[in-house]
Ligand binder design. Structure first.
Ligand code: ADP
Length: 359
């Protein structure tokens, strides 16, 4: 539309002034906000990359203008935008690379920009996963989660020890049963402490002590022995013969122990846990599949966050610290690998881990 022809000159001038002042406001806002703001055209090429995005990633806006945003994203960028195809803003978690080729975990909001019915581009606003307020909240969650998780097994140990002490005439079979419970609860305590120690190493360079080719079966043999399960209700099926991974055997054990424990824990009605592995010449992909309760879509972006737990009825009936998947994610990344999850509520969950031959 030719505004000059259809509107009086003074109105056109006023409109243009207003438009310019909006443009100025928009530009000032995107420049000055603490969040990283990236504007993309319909082809996902970068048209704006604000100061905060420059500061976080180390890239200058100049070096990125016109380049595909997918180059900055680690992993499958299409998945982020596919999830955001609706007309409203979606919040999700993804990772971007910095100039040192490091990985930055971010939480972002993706808003499609539309002109009429046509997609005109995208506005991506993101920030590092943790803010100061979140860290403060984390500290409180740490205290409450850890004290709850420490108290539960301690209470059981105390109660069973007292029963044993007060009833010296207990049948040998009962004594054995109680001692086994005490041992199990002590193991649970020591696992929690190990997990907490591992959490302190996340982000530091000391997550992997060594790197060798490890047979997946030797790791899984140990995991299957350690994880308490009834082979009738929770059979563990394996299609992993001959697969190997380049990594730290202890940490690989931590990864699979956590995933198999969860697979059983979140299948209260029973169901098989299937471990399968494939190798395509470059990467070993291991799937851990269960037939349990599944995870609703809205939780999926957060399940790898520290202390994130899904407690549908607020009853905390299934114990946990919310550290397991956080550790698994960090360990898989430390191996140069990636982890994906697919889930269907009521049908089960599959965690898919992909490890390069050598990161
Ligand atoms: P938790 O100590 O609570 O098990 P995790 O970090 O291991 O902590 O898992 C985070 C949340 O993800 C859990 O609270 C649970 O709701 C969900 N989750 C993890 N694994 C599974 C699974 N295999 N099936 C269904 N939900 C799962």
């Amino acid at each position: 539309m030719d505004l000059g022809r259809t509107l009086p000159a003074d109105v056109t001038r006023d409109l243009l002034d207003e438009l310019l002042s909006f443009k100025f406001l928009y530009e000032s806002l995107t420049r000055s906000v603490g969040d990283c703001v990236v504007e993309l055209d319909a082809g996902r090429r970068i048209v704006r990359f604000n100061y905060a995005a420059e500061a976080l990633t180390g890239y200058s806006a100049l070096s990125l203008l016109g380049r595909a945003f997918d180059e900055v994203v680690i992993g499958d960028a299409s998945a982020i935008f596919a999830a955001s195809n609706a007309s409203d803003t979606r919040t999700l978690r993804f990772a971007v690379r910095d100039t040192q080729n490091g990985t930055l975990d971010v939480r972002g909001r993706i808003t499609p920009l539309a002109r009429g019915h046509e997609l005109d581009g995208w506005l991506v606003a993101f920030g590092p996963v943790r803010t100061v307020r979140e860290i403060e909240q984390l500290k409180n969650e740490l205290v409450s989660t850890v004290s709850h998780e420490l108290k539960t097994p301690l209470a059981a140990i105390k109660a069973y020890t007292a029963t044993l002490r007060q009833n010296p005439a207990l049948y040998a079979s009962k004594r054995e049963e109680f001692l086994a419970i005490i041992e199990q609860q002590a193991d649970r305590l020591s696992r929690l402490i190990e997990d907490m120690l591992l959490v302190t190493r996340v982000g530091a360079e000391q997550m992997l002590r060594r790197r060798v080719m490890v047979g997946l079966d030797s790791i899984l043999d140990r995991v299957v022995c350690e994880v308490a399960h009834d082979p009738l209700t929770h059979p563990i099926l394996r299609q992993t013969a001959g697969a190997s991974i380049s990594g730290d055997p202890e940490r690989l054990h931590d990864i699979f122990r956590n995933l198999v424990e969860n697979a059983i824990k979140y299948s209260p009605n029973g169901g098989a846990v299937t471990l399968s592995a494939t190798f395509d010449g470059e990467r070993t992909v291991v799937d851990v599949r269960d037939e349990g309760v599944g995870i609703r879509d809205e939780h999926l972006p957060y399940i790898f966050d520290r202390f994130y737990r899904i407690d549908p009825d607020g009853s905390s009936s299934v114990g946990g610290s919310g550290l397991g998947l956080f550790i698994v994610h960090a360990l898989v990344r430390a191996h140069g690998g990636r982890i994906d999850v697919r889930s269907e509520v009521g049908a089960g969950t599959t965690f898919s881990l992909s490890f390069p031959v050598r990161a």
